[in-house]
Design a protein around this ligand. Sequence first.
Ligand code: IYR
Length: 226
Amino acid sequence: MTTIEPKFIPLDFERLDPDVMVRAGREFLDRMWRRRSVRHFTSEPPPKECIDLAIRTACSAPSGANRQPWRFVIVDDRDLKRQIRIAAEKEEKESYEHRFPQEWKDALAPLGTDWRKPFLETAPVLVVVFKETYGRDDRGRKVTNYYVNESVGLACGLFIAAIHSMGLATVTHTPSPMGFLAELLERPANEKPYILFPVGYPADDAKVPDISRKTLDEVVQWNRGE
Ligand code: IYR
């Protein structure tokens, strides 16, 4: 067993005035509140740097024991996108027609989704996020990762915020099961597909479901709620 001594450096932190704090929070909220999951894209490619910036932002997420158990595969190859669409639709068709219980299909009804996923081909870029279920140390021995789902989920949230902040759109797509992504993208055995993000500009006639977000009262309790 090796004991590593922690090393500390000064925190880089800027204390803001309360009015600046509130303004920053409002501006961020206003921007984020306008985010919608988009399933209709143009084929126009976004600047490549935007994808890198969003992934770098995702990588700022906290992670269990700082293991950073996320990996990102960027797919812009037409043929590969097509193969992903075909494989995803095969699974989705099976899920929608046989695997999803009625209760799940009822829950999805307001979203108007079905097994067809044309956005996997029309979107110019697919970012496939993998979770690293375990890592390897410098001698190739297995090392445990911690809070993998939480960590990668946090990274994905930041990715979505970054994509939206740059005027791009995405949707959290989780074809199930999605093992085919590991095969098609030739990922190692310690990685499992987590989420697939098509990224691009919304189609001019893009429509989104008429659904609403819960109010603060519905989601917040202060102390014991009395
Ligand atoms: N993965 C399927 C079904 C789906 C499931 C949930 I939960 C959603 O919020 C949306 C869709 C699909 O992508 O259609």
